[in-house]
Write a protein that binds this ligand. Structure first.
Ligand SMILES: [Zn+2]
Length: 246
């Protein structure tokens, strides 16, 4: 299969057992011992975008059964509390209170914390919670640790753009990969539901194609807008480390 972003050929960058999680690297042990067989991570030889090719064929029900099940929290402990608290505190420091839609917000903890801080914040997650699809458009759309979970990147960014007002901004995190992987990489771990991995180049190619200007604040935090002049405000935001490193 050619690259989803730029249609160039792909190569096998690494092979990983599908029950390996990011948490394994932080804890130094297998959190899910069962061997479910290996997956290939295909990497574009041109733009560096990478994807676990078999997982992109799973249905939403297969993702619910295999990934987003009762054991999901084992592979990503910060998902439950530490990360929503850190991100809510960061957004509160970076932005004045306003309307915000958090796409892929899990159980909605970050949005709840933002409401406590005066934001009109809503959370929507295709796999968690029972809130219906949010009614856009909103001046701020957030999607933290979401991009890497989604097989179809164009569909995802179209959804984020539909939720975002024409003069709004999209703030999202995903850890960028090296243009060419050499050896193992902890973030490419299927048990977390991590499927798609952008290089700096592939992220710029995709957002530019969709008419978005995109600025990376770090290797993990990014901001995009239809109006490039809106990105300048992000230069004054405090730094944030979303994931840490194992
Ligand atoms: Zn490519």
């Amino acid at each position: 299969m050619p690259c989803q972003i730029c249609r160039a050929p792909t190569r096998n960058a690494l092979t990983k057992e599908q029950n390996v999680s990011c948490g394994d690297y932080f804890e130094g042990r297998r959190l899910y011992p069962e061997d479910r067989g290996a997956l290939q991570l295909r990497e574009c030889v041109s733009c560096g975008f990478a994807r676990f090719d078999d997982m992109d064929r799973w249905s939403a029900d297969e993702f619910r059964t295999r990934i987003y099940n009762a054991d999901y929290h084992l592979c990503d402990q910060p998902f439950l509390g530490a990360r929503p608290r850190k991100l809510a505190a960061w957004l509160t420091a970076a932005l004045p209170p306003q309307s915000l839609v958090d796409y892929g917000g899990g159980e909605g903890m970050m949005a709840a914390l933002l409401r406590d801080a005066g934001f009109d914040a809503l959370s929507f997650d295709p796999f968690y919670g029972d809130s219906g699809a949010p009614v856009g458009p909103s001046p701020v759309v957030t999607a933290f640790e979401v991009v890497e979970h989604v097989p179809d990147q164009r569909a995802l960014f179209h959804t984020l753009m539909e939720l975002c007002a024409p003069s709004g901004i999209i703030i999202f995190s995903t850890l960028l990969k090296a243009p060419e992987l050499k050896g193992d990489w902890w973030y490419a771990s299927p048990r977390n539901g991590h499927v798609s991995f952008h290089s700096a180049q592939s992220l710029q190619l995709l957002t530019a194609e969709l008419g978005l200007a995109c600025r990376s604040l770090s290797t993990e935090m990014h901001v995009a807008a239809r109006d490039a002049s809106l990105l300048a405000t992000s230069e004054n935001w405090p730094p944030i480390a979303v994931n840490g490193a194992p």
